[in-house]
Structures are given as C-alpha cells and as structure tokens.
Write a protein that binds this ligand. Sequence first.
Ligand code: GLV
Length: 316
Amino acid sequence: MKLAVWDPDEPFRRWRDALIQHAGELRLSVQVIDATAEPDAQADFALVWKPPEAWLAGQQQLRAVFNLAAGVDALLPLMRAHLAGVPLIRLEDAGMGRQMADYVSEAVLHAWRRMDDYAALQARATWEPLVLQARTGFHVGLLGLGQMGLAVARRLRELEFPLLACTRSGRLRPHAAFDGPLFDIDHLPEFLARCRVLVVLLPLTADTRRLLDYATLRELPQGAYLINAGRGAVLDHDDLIDLLDEGHLGGATLDVFEPEPLPAAHRLWRQPRVRITPHVAALTLVGPAAAQVMHKIAALERGDHPGGVVDTRLGY
Ligand code: GLV
C-alpha cells in the first residue's frame, strides 16, 4: 500500500524510516511517498500536516487521511470540500499528553506560587514574602476534556489541586477517568465562577470560536488565571487584555493565537502578566505518531474501526 506524507515541518526521511519500521513490525508492506516532492503520486493513505488544498483535491484514491496533530480545525474544511466520505483520523495523545501536562502544570504552579507578583517585586528589588493561598482552595477548571485535557487532569490530580471540568455534553467519553465536578457547556457560567485557574483545551469548532469573550471571561472570579493551549481563536484576545487591564483577571499563559505567528505589533506581547510561547505546548513526536498511525492502518486493513476518527458533524 502507498502512504503519502505531507509535512513541511519535518524531514521526510524521519517519517519514512519510522513508518517503515512500524509497518515491518506489523507485517504490512508499505511504500512511503514524499508528497511535497512527488505531489502527483496517488496514495492509499495520507499523513498530513498543513497540506495545500490543491494537493488534497488531487488525491483520488485515499482510504483515510491522518492528521499529524490533535486539532483538525484547519484540515476539516478541506476534507469536506474535496474528500467527503473519506475518514479523517487524528492523533490520540501519541506522546503529546505528557508534554501538555508538563506545560499546563508549570503554568498552574506559576499562578499558584504567585510568580508574576514576585517578578514585579524583583523588578523593584523588593524582598517581600506573599501570602500563599491554600492548595485545597485553588480550583483548576478544565474547559475541554479530550485526550489532552485528561492527561492534564491526571497530572494536576497528582499535584493535588482540586479539579473541575466542563465539556460540550457534560458526560465522560467511554474509558475516560475524571472524578471532579463535571459541567456541560450550558452551565459554563456556573463552571467558570468556580475556577481559580481556567485551562482551555477545547477543539476549535463553529461552537467554540470566540467562546471566551468579555462577557464569558467576566464570569471567572476576580484575579483568576487563564491558560490557553488549545486553539487561539477560542479566545478573544482584545477582551482578555481589557479584563487584565481592569484587574479582573490576574494573568495568562498562552501558547496558541490567531493568526500564528502572533504579529510582532500585537499588544499581547507587551502585557506584563501574559506569558507567550509559540505553539509548542505539545509537539508531534515522529516515533510515537508513526507507530500509532501504522496501528490504525493495520486496524483499517483488518476491517476494524480505529480510534480518533473525526466526527465531521461535531468538528473534532
Ligand atoms: C497541535 O496544536 C495539535 O493540534 O496537535
């Protein structure tokens, strides 16, 4: 079978070597094509990161498309337009959950230990111990409880922070473990009112675009801290800046923006209580991703249903 890889961010041979290794372990015979070098070659399966629309449109015999990331918002409209009916499959954790748990727990600890306040004191050469809020009262709310949210929840549980979560349906997916209070999206205000820290790990869909605007973020308690490592367009950044200026929000750690890269002139870069990273919270790891994709292909070949198939109606 032929696998086409389109990933402008990674040397092709890394994907090729890892895919061939895992195919061998599964006794699958594959030919791996560098689609960026041979755009006209037709493939049975495609592994893609930010593929051009014209290339996808020209693929006539695809049986499935694998998104080399967790979020499928950029790819879904192209699939709908050109490959309707072809399953789109996303990575499920594949080594990203651990990275996301590292990223978010650092930010939660940063907020809890008042590191922005100490940075401001340091700038004035001021030695002043600050009051530390009891950990038992420092509620962390997870908005979105998919693979990334669950990995973060596990780590924060180990760190003994009290957790709550809000998801679209307010129900856990099969096999998902979370024992804190769980709200559905219709109860977002009640959920937000209880979050000392809000961790946003939502997929970007028509329903979540600009979900977090001034009115919504205002439901967070005074001084709350925001962490967004899902998708930038879920958050209205101008409204966030207004709420920081008014002192309603205490600070933010942001990994995702719209557009990316965040333009150098954007006001966010100059907010003293905002920390910015360039969409690095959880990167795709070639080894685990190639292994997972090959296992999913093996499942398709057997006629089974692999995990991670995107529900095109829901958008994730
Ligand atoms: C990265 O943002 C991803 O979707 O995996």
